[in-house]
Ligand binder design. Structure first.
Ligand code: GDP
Ligand code: CA
Length: 307
């Protein structure tokens, strides 16, 4: 069975780890968000793609939730001592990847090409595809001002309420090589338990990807990132409350209108399944606390496919 999963960073990467435990890793293609990409200290950083790469390579830091295990921060300390910008945390090990990628991009290699090469070097059999090789950037409109995604998320600690999200470059963005092919070949389409607005919408902002999902001939299953109406971490619950008017499963499903057939929701939300329309709920435990829990969640999503 071939599976495509649309994914943000941490929540998506955790889910993908479970998925490759129950599906042949080489039969999984991950389409990752690039709206968070940022240039820091002259380096091109793709945080969500990196979370996926590190998780699939087993290099990720489980407790921090992002970046690499056994990380150290000496380079960034030096940057600070020298008066450089330190608002975006780049660890010593992590920096190595950013150096290789930045050089490749500067020499003209597309992001999809260098991502595939990095995955290969890390021994990853799963295909990791950026949604697009084109420049696509998420902007967050708040009562204070409109901010580039990372300025709002990291520098301002995503404290400002969100009035709207916008994806710079979406009109011209085309899917990266392999994305439409993977979608066409898939037996199952998955949307990871990621933030709908700032992790999945930037992928769907690539109109050809959204159209491929809308025209699907196979089931599409989304996993809710909320448990009991609350985000496990991050601003997804506050964004849903303000932008969709609530945090129930129907509000989550509403962010993917016309694009999904099934929503996997947590047991803690099972008394609130009204308004889902033709989206079928699957109720299970969705906290990905350990490898076994991740695997069970992936199995629940796969259970949506008739065999
Ligand atoms: P980011 O790009 O690093 O912010 O990561 P994602 O958008 O992929 O994931 C963030 C979302 O993952 C948040 O809304 C969390 O609520 C959700 N999340 C994290 N861990 C879990 C979990 O164990 N279960 C579920 N259901 N959602 C989770
Ligand atoms: Ca992200």
């Amino acid at each position: 069975m071939k599976v495509v999963v649309l994914s943000g960073g941490v929540g998506g990467a955790r889910f993908v780890q479970g998925l490759v435990d129950v599906v042949e890793p080489s039969d999984v293609s991950v389409v990752g968000n690039v709206g968070d990409n940022v240039e820091v200290l002259g380096l091109h950083v793709s945080p969500d793609l990196d979370s996926i790469l590190y998780a699939l390579a087993g290099l990720n830091d489980e407790t921090r939730g992002w970046g690499r295990a056994d990380e150290s921060w000496r380079a960034l300390e030096t940057v600070g001592e020298l008066g450089g910008e330190t608002w975006f945390q780049l660890g010593d090990l992590d920096l190595g990847l950013h150096l290789v990628r930045t050089q490749a991009l500067r020499s003209g290699e597309p992001l999809s090409g260098v991502t595939q090469r990095l995955a290969g070097e890390l021994g990853i059999e799963t295909r990791v595809l950026p949604a697009t090789d084109d420049r696509l950037r998420t902007w967050i409109r708040t009562p204070a001002s409109e901010f580039p995604f990372q300025e709002w998320f990291v520098a301002r600690g995503h404290r400002d309420e969100v009035d709207a999200v916008r994806f710079e470059g979406e009109a011209d963005a085309t899917p990266a090589p392999g994305v439409l092919e993977a979608l066409a070949e898939a037996d199952l389409l998955l949307v990871a338990p990621s933030n709908p607005y700032v992790s999945i919408w930037p992928i769907l902002a690539v109109s050809a990807i959204r159209e491929a999902l809308a025209a699907r001939r196979v089931p599409a299953v989304a996993l809710s990132p909320l448990i009991g109406g609350r985000a496990v971490r991050g601003p997804a619950d506050r964004m849903l409350a303000r932008l969709a008017g609530g945090t129930s499963p129907s509000h989550v499903a509403g962010t993917y209108r016309g694009l999904i057939d099934v929503l996997v929701v947590d047991e803690a939300d099972s008394d609130d399944l009204e308004g889902l329309g033709d989206v079928r709920p699957i109720v299970t435990r969705t906290l990905m606390a350990d490898p076994e829990a991740r695997r069970r969640l992936a199995e629940a999503a796969l259970g949506a496919v008739p065999v």
